[in-house]
Ligand binder design. Structure first.
Ligand SMILES: Nc1ncnc2c1ncn2[C@@H]1O[C@H](COP(=O)(O)OP(=O)(O)OP(=O)(O)O)[C@@H](O)[C@H]1O
Ligand SMILES: [Mg+2]
Length: 308
């Protein structure tokens, strides 16, 4: 992991999005480098066996008025693992990760970060701990260059005639280096983000979160709008990130994508968790069945002639 450019004058990251609002414009956006310069711990051979927890959520409940979005969900994340959060539409996945990242405060339940109880009053509190969230809109400005987007809110500066100005050359060099590390060769860091493919854009968002010191990376359906090749690029990026000791929470509808990289799988169904399984302990079919809630899938299955 690289640390952020010390020349940056870090403006306050995004404001609290408050309750029941959309995520902040740039939630994944540059997190400030962690105060202690220590990087993530090296992952053990099987990260799902690591005794250390980066994040633990116990019995989280979230009510929106009379709507019970989460009804007692527990989840934990270890360094260097990819923990997949699966579930159908309305299962509570987004609500749950917004609780992890400080957008929502739980109605009940406890969150622990590195073993210590924490309360995230707003997204900034979570970002300060190194929790970076990449939402589907990626919080990027398509007409701006890759390097401008990469450093948005954390611009490296240099002095020109005594005035601090954006250090274009440094920003471009670091952007190219970090994208290379993720396996993407950009034509130029000056090209507009809007000209990149969906998978490349995802990688920019992931690479900048990692560069700015994320210890936990939450990805909300990063592969949902991607074709086969771009999906495999993003899955390969997740694998690289995990190997650096960062814990990844990967939200997906797609079991194949989850199985390709996941170390553990937690299925949400109508605000409840149906349990967590480790890689190798569960088949694709079993996960599919859990996601759809067993019985309903069986009914559908027969009416469609067993095609599901
Ligand atoms: N701000 C809110 N106010 C009221 N109800 C909400 C709010 N946010 C979520 N809900 C409800 O909570 C439930 C879970 O929603 P959530 O968006 O977390 O599901 P999801 O698993 O992310 O679904 P999808 O796969 O469609 O994105 C839904 O019934 C939803 O209508
Ligand atoms: Mg959602």
């Amino acid at each position: 992991m690289t640390s952020a450019d010390p020349t940056s004058d870090t403006p306050p990251p995004e404001e609290s999005a408050g309750e029941a609002t959309d995520p902040p414009a740039s939630p994944a956006g540059p997190v400030s480098p962690p105060p202690a310069a220590e990087g993530p711990t090296a992952p053990p051979a099987d990260p799902a066996e690591s005794p250390a927890h980066l994040l633990e959520l116990d019995n989280i409940k979230k009510h929106f008025g009379s709507v019970i979005a989460l009804d007692g969900v527990s989840f934990d994340l270890r360094p260097g693992e990819c923990h997949c959060l699966l579930g159908d539409n309305g299962a509570g996945k987004s609500t749950f990760i917004k609780t992890m990242s400080g957008v929502h405060q739980p109605t009940e339940g406890q969150i622990r970060f590195a073993g210590e109880p924490v309360v995230f009053h707003n997204p900034h509190d979570a970002i300060q701990r190194g929790i970076a969230t990449v939402y589907q809109d990626l919080g990027m400005i398509p007409l701006m260059s890759v390097s401008r987007n990469f450093f948005m809110g954390n611009e490296p500066r240099k002095r020109w005639l005594g005035i601090p100005v954006f250090d274009h050359a440094t920003a471009n060099r670091i952007t190219m280096e970090e994208m290379n590390r993720m396996g993407i060769q950009l034509r130029s860091a000056d090209q507009a983000v809007g000209t990149l493919s969906g998978g490349e854009r995802q990688t920019v968002a992931i690479a900048r979160a990692v560069y700015f010191g994320a210890k936990i990376l939450i990805l909300d359906e990063p592969t949902s709008a991607l074709g086969v090749r771009q999906t495999s690029n993003v899955l390969a990026t997740i694998d690289k990130v995990r190997k650096q000791g960062i814990g990844v929470v990967f939200i997906s509808h797609n079991i194949r994508h989850a199985i390709a990289v996941g170390d553990r799988f937690t299925v949400l169904n109508r605000g409840r968790t149906l349990g967590t399984a480790r890689r190798g302990e569960i088949t694709e079919g079993e996960l599919q069945d859990m996601m759809a809630g067993g019985k309903e899938l069986a009914v559908l299955d027969s009416s469609l002639g067993g095609t599901i």
